[in-house]
Design a binder for this molecule. Structure first.
Ligand code: ARG
Length: 438
């Protein structure tokens, strides 16, 4: 037997031993087949004296390969192990639940890196409900094999059903005959009403993948757009970017956060931080507010733009119609093109917001359903009504001491904008009945 084939023989046996022990590196098939052994060993002198000698050499090569992969940032084993662990501990974490290892292994190194960047938040935060954020608008197509099942599972919509945007209330089921979504007709007082949509500019990466310079450039592009909005709706743009002509200081910023006009430092949100969305704070962050304070655009939060209208009142159509016309103005500004997909509608960082990107909400007092000081009962009652409950300070914040909750329809995808606002109205009718009876 030649020296080389002796090495191959022991290498084949070592390979099966190492696989059985769960060692990271098995001998490649080419080596096992006796091809290219010399190339694989690549310079190491491996005397074919004993099996343990070869085994320890292979282990050494494996360790060195690990070091190289680590240095190149292409050692994926830790992340893959975490996916497996999360699947066991949190079966409802959709980013881990739908992680297909065969699909992952079929990807190129660069695609693997991209896929893990998308799944990172759910890998780091086992308790994620969804746990994935797109890094580029094209991810929804390029990594559709991974993201589409997640999207369908989360939104409970069958594969192949495409999103259609439509703001027209005409013919929407459940709309009152006069087309007016009047809360006083439900016996409710004037409430703080808010409708927002998430939008992303087609010519930038999504926030998780933006460089600091991208964030600055995106804000700069929007500053030009805000000049047009200011000429139409008055108001001003407030920037957190050091050196910006619209810079506001920390006290001014804090006052805007307190007034629910500006968003909080996202680094406090572990889901966003893991996704890279909170990076480079406070560069490229800011907000436009119209003169009447009812039309606001956040820049550089979870999506490039969060465009919203808010008002205290009783006619939901007022915030809905106002947002539509404000959006039309924003969309007509030269050079502003929103990322949109034929399949998924408006493209957002988080797949939970795809489609309309819309959340329509009111702040409503439901003291009986929150009598224990928590939102637990309200959530249980709202879920079958298709409504989500949040705190008054936004997602992951506590409810108000007086039992005030933020209530909004949960659906965003494969539902029209007009259906969402109608769903809020009809959901509030049912919620009021539950509160009255509680
Ligand atoms: N990534 C978090 C999770 O999966 C939040 C998802 C929904 N919220 C959001 N702001 N996108 O639980």
């Amino acid at each position: 037997m030649s020296r080389a084939s002796a090495v191959v023989k022991v290498a084949v046996r070592s390979a099966s031993t190492s696989a059985a022990q769960g060692t990271r590196y098995a001998v490649p098939a080419a080596v096992a087949a006796g091809v290219g052994v010399a190339a694989y060993i690549a310079g190491s002198v491996v005397p074919a004296q004993s099996e343990s000698n070869v085994f320890s050499s292979l282990k050494d090569i494996g360790a060195r390969l690990s070091t190289i992969e680590e240095a190149l940032g292409i050692n994926f084993q830790g992340a893959l192990d975490q996916v497996k662990a999360n699947r066991k501990s949190h079966p409802n974490n959709l980013s881990c639940k739908h992680f297909d290892f065969d699909y992952f292994n079929s990807l190129t190194i660069s695609q693997k890196k991209q896929l893990l960047a998308i799944a990172q938040s759910g890998i780091d935060n086992a308790d994620s409900g969804l746990g994935a954020y797109a890094m580029n608008p094209s991810d929804y197509d390029e990594f559709g094999a991974y993201l589409d099942p997640i999207i369908r599972d989360y939104h409970k919509k069958p594969a192949g059903q495409n999103h259609v945007n439509d703001w027209s209330l005409k013919g929407v089921e459940g709309l009152p005959a006069d087309g007016k979504l009047d809360l006083t007709k439900l016996g409710l007082p004037a409430l703080s009403m808010r409708v927002r949509v998430g939008r992303n500019l087609a010519d930038f990466p999504l926030p998780g993948a933006m460089t600091k310079q991208d964030r600055i450039n995106m804000e700069e592009k929007m500053r030009a757009a805000f000049a047009i909005l200011i000429s139409k709706f008055g108001g001003r743009y407030n920037s957190l970017t050091p050196g910006s002509p619209d810079f506001i200081n920390d006290d001014e910023y804090k006052a805007l956060v307190k007034a629910h006009v500006m968003f909080k430092d996202m680094a406090a949100d572990p889901y966003l931080a893991s996704a890279g969305i909170a990076s480079d704070w406070p560069y490229g962050r800011g907000c436009y507010q119209s003169a009447d304070k009812q039309f606001i655009i956040w820049v550089g939060e979870e999506d490039h733009l969060r465009i919203m209208c808010m008002k205290k009142g009783a006619i939901l159509n007022e915030v809905f119609d106002r947002l539509k016309s404000a959006l039309d103005t924003v969309e007509s500004i030269d050079g502003l093109k929103f990322a949109h997909s034929d399949k998924y509608g408006y493209v957002t960082s988080c797949p939970t917001n795809l489609g309309t990107g819309m959340r329509a909400s009111v702040h409503i007092q439901i003291p009986k359903l929150t009598s224990d000081g928590t939102d637990a009962k309200a959530k249980a009652v709202c879920k079958p009504l298709g409504l989500s409950v949040r705190g008054t300070g936004g997602e992951h914040t506590p409810i108000g001491k007086d039992g005030t909750c933020d209530i909004s329809p949960s659906s965003r995808f494969c539902i029209t904008e007009a259906e969402i606002i109608t769903a809020l109205y009809n959901g509030l009718k049912l919620l009021k009945a539950k509160e009255d009876k509680a």
